[in-house]
Design a binder for this molecule. Sequence first.
Ligand SMILES: C=C(O[C@@H]1C=C(C(=O)O)C=C[C@H]1O)C(=O)O
Length: 113
Amino acid sequence: MVSDSDVSEKAPLCDQVPRELGEYRASIDNLDAALVHLLAERFRVTRKVGELKRQEALPPADEGREERQLLRLKEIATTAGLDPTVVDLIFPALMSEVRRRHQELRGDGPRPL
Ligand SMILES: C=C(O[C@@H]1C=C(C(=O)O)C=C[C@H]1O)C(=O)O
């Protein structure tokens, strides 16, 4: 069983963390907010792509484009000093969600029984 004292040791209150940790976390807060804004913008643009694909009767997925983009982003990551495997962890999930939404826009998502 976890007592109250155990919990407070494992999850210190914000005003009890060392100053340096608090500063790092403030940076993380700002960076995470910026990432969410960038993601929102990416999804706004990919929705336009999905609408265009529906109008033009183009397939929702373009595997070649995804592969080229992943290669490009891994090169950028390496230049930025970031382990490129991070790109492989995040972007395929994003692209998969975009494809799912494109399919949904076409009206061929899963049908109820
Ligand atoms: C956005 C597109 O649609 C899909 C989603 C992609 C993405 O999220 O980057 C890339 C290719 C497609 O599978 C596109 O074709 O450009």
